[in-house]
Ligand binder design. Structure first.
Ligand SMILES: Cc1cc2nc3c(=O)[nH]c(=O)nc-3n(C[C@H](O)[C@H](O)[C@H](O)COP(=O)(O)O)c2cc1C
Ligand code: SF4
Ligand code: SF4
Length: 260
């Protein structure tokens, strides 16, 4: 079987999970969703897998865009998804299934993989705990690989019914409109050196450097790659990030996040 894994990542967790999953297959391609969108999503593989983080109980905007670019030729393919999250997946994968169905496609299998949360406001995980979480995820990835190999269709992973209705169905629907402009709450501080790393790690080129500091252009994904990737911790998310530890996946180099 041939498999294409399309990933989106802000701080590397989804890329780490994608690489782990890819290592369980022989004929496999690992493609950033951003590149696939630019080049139209065409795949010769018989199986396609989407790997992405959960944002505000739902899908990153880029995943919605990716689904819109999937051609109808994908109808006879096996489509699976892995929603990488910090513990509250709610109805994210059901929402993805709904979006696919609107295009005449369907989610054959959807899995939740829990990782450290990169939502800076609540980030508290210590180094040892991070290692432990990724060791523990290997078992789930083995399970996912074996379902995909057998083209299984288990029940899609989801949170409680209440979370699916309120968190994904209502709250996410409302927040989804605000996400692109939520970068108006980002500010760089006097410690910024104008190095441009934040612009390089932004997966959607939403940042330019002007007069030695970053400017955000309001087509943000809220991936937090810029805040977490700045080597001088110079980007703040209102006052909510002040003094908070920054995070990027310890198994993924910053340069790997610059591939788009
Ligand atoms: C703006 C934002 C919102 C998030 N919302 C959720 C959420 O609703 N549920 C959850 O479990 N994790 C949430 N997370 C955590 C991420 O899904 C999680 O850390 C993921 O591993 C990040 O993947 P990445 O490193 O590939 O970007 C959120 C993170 C951010 C930055
Ligand atoms: S990465 Fe940090 S120091 Fe470098 S330009 Fe961006 S905000 Fe400034
Ligand atoms: S501006 Fe920052 S949070 Fe927004 S998409 Fe770019 S890297 Fe992610």
């Amino acid at each position: 079987m041939s498999i294409s894994i399309y990933y989106f990542t802000g701080t590397g967790n989804s890329l780490k999970i994608s690489k782990e999953l890819a290592s369980r297959f022989e004929d496999v391609q690992l493609i950033p969703m951003t590149a696939a969108i630019r080049n139209r999503v065409i795949s010769d593989s018989d199986t396609i897998v989407l790997v992405f983080p959960v944002y505000m109980f739902g899908l990153p905007r880029i995943v919605r865009e990716f689904v819109k670019k999937l051609s109808k030729q994908m109808r006879n393919k096996y489509i699976a998804a892995v929603a990488v999250n910090g513990g509250t997946i709610a109805g994210t994968l059901l929402l993805l299934d709904k979006k696919l169905k609107a295009r005449g496609l369907q989610l054959s299998a959807g899995f939740s993989v829990i990782t450290p949360s990169n939502f800076i406001v609540e980030f508290t995980v210590e180094e040892e705990e991070i290692k432990h979480i990724f060791e523990a995820s290997k078992e789930k990835i083995n399970e996912i690989a074996s379902v995909i190999k057998s083209k299984g269709t288990p029940e899609i992973d989801r949170g409680t019914r209440k979370d699916c209705i309120f968190k994904t169905g209502i709250l996410n629907k409302f927040l989804a409109f605000l996400i692109p402009i939520m970068d108006t709450t980002f500010k760089s501080t006097h410690s910024c050196t104008g190095c441009g790393i934040c612009a390089k790690v932004c997966p959607v080129n939403n940042i330019t450097i002007k007069d030695g500091s970053p400017r955000w252009h309001h087509h943000c994904q809220q991936c937090f790659a810029c805040i977490n990737g700045c080597p001088r911790n110079s980007i703040e998310y209102m006052k909510l990030s002040v003094g908070k530890k920054r995070y990027h996946n310890p198994y993924i180099k910053l340069e790997e996040l610059m591939k788009k």
